[in-house]
Design a protein around this ligand. Structure first.
Ligand SMILES: Nc1nc(=O)c2c([nH]1)NC[C@@H]1CN(c3ccc(C(=O)N[C@@H](CCC(=O)O)C(=O)O)cc3)C=[N+]21
Length: 285
């Protein structure tokens, strides 16, 4: 069904990137005797979050990254979480710290993210890293937007001078995505919940990047012929996973399109592995 020629295959690019990261980890292990360490903290029992975290652990183990997961109960206090982060900040063998989102309502997300040492912030969510990204300085970049860039790059889709329309303005995907595209010299439009005529904007796009979480938000008539369509949405139907794009119909018009699953999702994990290696090299390489 999705073996079409215009597919942006995140699954295979992610595999390639993980392979390269694995090689480099082996080399560094041989030459310097050090191994990257990734610590993931998850608070609460949400099944989807648990599944993502297991995926991250599995990927890390396969690449020779020492990974550790802290599974904390829903009732964990903010203070307890902050103390754990401080301890991990000071642990030499921990290169990356990731606090799985969302967090329970009684915990201040911003406070927790900014407690992570910026050099161990493999999500790229820390205020300092977000600021550096904004200023186009070298830093750890958010895994999903970074993965989207890599995916476009792998198909030689240049962003320079293109009109990139980002749908969704979240701190973790939409906003950094738009900023990275701007840094690549794209002309950017950010659409969000208060945008009046979404279709008007998406129809202008050379590249549409959607990260909202709404089934069939992007339909055929909203897309210009030959546009590149990147679907970051993940929606669970009873029997399957779908994105935010009406894939069946939009894929007939798009020159390139990501499937869900097998598009951006695997790239997020691959870039997390890449960031963990990078964080190690920067801090103790
Ligand atoms: N601090 C933090 N960092 C994150 O990076 C983060 C997070 N919190 N909270 C949740 C979201 C979601 N996320 C995904 C990762 C991989 C897939 C992925 O591998 N998806 C596969 C299939 C997944 C499946 O089958 O369930 C695919 O699209 O092909 C999806 C989603 C990372 N997130």
């Amino acid at each position: 069904m999705i073996a079409s020629k215009n597919l942006l295959d995140g699954k295979s690019l992610a595999k390639k990137i993980r392979g390269e990261v694995k090689e480099e980890i082996l080399d560094i292990k041989k030459s310097k005797g050090i191994t990257p360490g990734l610590t993931v903290i998850i608070v609460g029992e949400d099944p989807a979050s648990q599944a993502y975290v297991s995926k991250k652990e599995k990927a890390a183990k396969k690449l020779g990254i020492n990974s550790k997961i802290f599974r904390l109960p829903e009732t964990t206090s903010e203070d307890h979480l902050l103390k754990l982060i401080h301890r991990l900040n000071n642990e030499q063998t921990v290169d990356g710290i990731l606090v799985q989102l969302p967090l329970p309502d009684h915990i201040d997300k911003e406070k927790v993210i900014d407690a992570i040492s910026p050099e161990k912030d493999v999500d790229g969510f820390h205020t300092i890293n977000a600021g550096k990204m904004f200023l186009n300085k070298d830093t750890l970049l958010p895994c999903t937007p970074y993965g989207v860039l890599k995916l476009l790059e792998s198909e030689d889709v240049s962003l320079e001078g293109k009109h990139v329309v980002v749908v969704g303005a979240s701190d973790i995907v939409g906003k950094p995505m738009a900023m990275l595209a701007l840094n690549q010299m794209a002309t950017i439009t950010i659409c969000h919940i208060a945008t009046k005529d979404l279709a008007y904007h998406t129809r202008q796009a050379d590249i549409i990047i959607v990260a909202v979480g709404k089934v069939n938000l992007i339909t055929e008539e909203m897309v210009k012929d030959g546009a590149v369509v990147v679907d970051v949405g993940i929606n669970r139907l009873e029997d399957r996973l779908v994105g935010d794009v009406d894939f069946e119909n939009v894929s007939k018009k798009a020159s390139l399109i990501t499937p869900v699953p097998g598009g951006v999702g695997p790239m997020t994990i691959a870039m997390l592995m890449y960031n963990t290696l990078l964080a190690m090299k920067e801090r103790r390489g």
